[in-house]
Design a protein around this ligand. Sequence first.
Ligand code: AMP
Length: 171
Amino acid sequence: MDELKKMIRDIPDFPKKGIIFKDITTLLSSKKAFARAIDTLAHRYIEKKIDLVVGIESRGFVIGAALAYRLGAGIILVRKPGKLPYKTHKTIYELEYGTDQLEIHQDAIEPGQNVVIADDLIATGGTIRATIDLVEKLEGKIVECAFLVELEFLNGRKKLDGYPVFSLLKF
Ligand code: AMP
């Protein structure tokens, strides 16, 4: 995994001063690293009868779609407001400054379906917490929340009330 960690590029002061942005595009563009990352995640869930992977806009779509394909599962898109065409459920969540919103189609998940939620990175945990709420609203069964990267020093897991979390690369 150390080799995969090296494939992630640090961009200081992006998108604003004081943030070190973990740029995963350098990992995604490597055929070996991308395959290793997705295969490792898929291996974790292959026996778990996953029905759906829920990907969070937008880098979560890349991870989520590849993972869903490997698992023979469907992919559900959780998106920023106004992007999904059909009726949606919406959740509002706190950011460092202000709030943000995410939406899911109202008929995206059938009650009891086995779901993995996927995103590129967990930082403070606000985004995944909001997505968990959307999946719970539709009564999906959350098997795990899967990330390529976890910024452990931000303690995002603490927000998740014990929902299982797996991250491939920890910083
Ligand atoms: P959070 O809600 O704080 O856990 O933030 C997670 C979301 O913001 C993910 O969708 C990430 O893509 C993005 N994000 C937050 N912090 C960073 C960072 N340092 N580098 C790259 N992406 C980040």
